[in-house]
Design a protein around this ligand. Sequence first.
Ligand code: NAP
Length: 230
Amino acid sequence: MVVTGASTGIGRAIAGKLAEAGSCLGICARDKARLEKAATELRAAGAKVVAIPTDVSREEEVERFATGVERELGRTSVLVNNAGVGRFGSFLDLTLDDYDRTFAVNVRGPFLCSKRFIPDMVEAGDGVVVNIASLAGKHPFRTGSVYAASKHALLGMSASMMLDLREHGVRVLCVCPGSVDTPFFGEEGHRTPRGAKVLDADDVADLVLTAIRISDRATVSEVEIRPIDP
Ligand code: NAP
């Protein structure tokens, strides 16, 4: 099973739940030290872990990651496209670099990883792809024009992938969380959802594991998850 962006936040929580379930895990993120720390903790929880520093927006790095995972763990049956970044600001202030970098990680990344891992799933007639989008891909908010556009794109790609792939036994699920308590908002000094009720990363991880485990006769194609009493 592969989780991208697994060193912190939602990806780390999903990897943790998969480790507790005894999974073999291929994990990636860019920062080597944080990734290694996560790998050590996941191994302590009982998982076999392959951790390779990777920028999911770079094709050659995705190839190196996938090759390393396959060499150690064999075929990947579950791919969680979780790695993502947020650049926020008024449309007047956001730059082309903000747009390019956000789309590179949030859209090109899932595309590249899916293109690399799905063919083996199709050959086996079995697999699950989970794309972590956002409620920002459905509802407008100030400062979100670039981030929301990237998540709208991921939602659209996921929905079409689901239609293309289910007849091959590959299930594609798009998860749209509301605000989750992770380091995500710290990065750019953007509005921390401090004070507001937010989800815990484990809430999203529990949802993902539940969706993965349903009967292989069925596919959950899209789920929204939000805090109660916001
Ligand atoms: P986070 O704590 O900042 O974690 C992001 C993870 O992705 C980190 O492991 C980060 O590690 C990795 N990453 C970032 N850019 C990458 C790249 N180019 N290649 C590979 N890995 C990369 O954020 P999070 O809140 O858990 O977010 C995870 C996903 O959930 C994102 O797609 C985000 O858009 C989505 N989401 C978050 C919220 C929220 O409120 N937190 C709500 C809805 C959806 P490195 O920096 O070391 O690469």
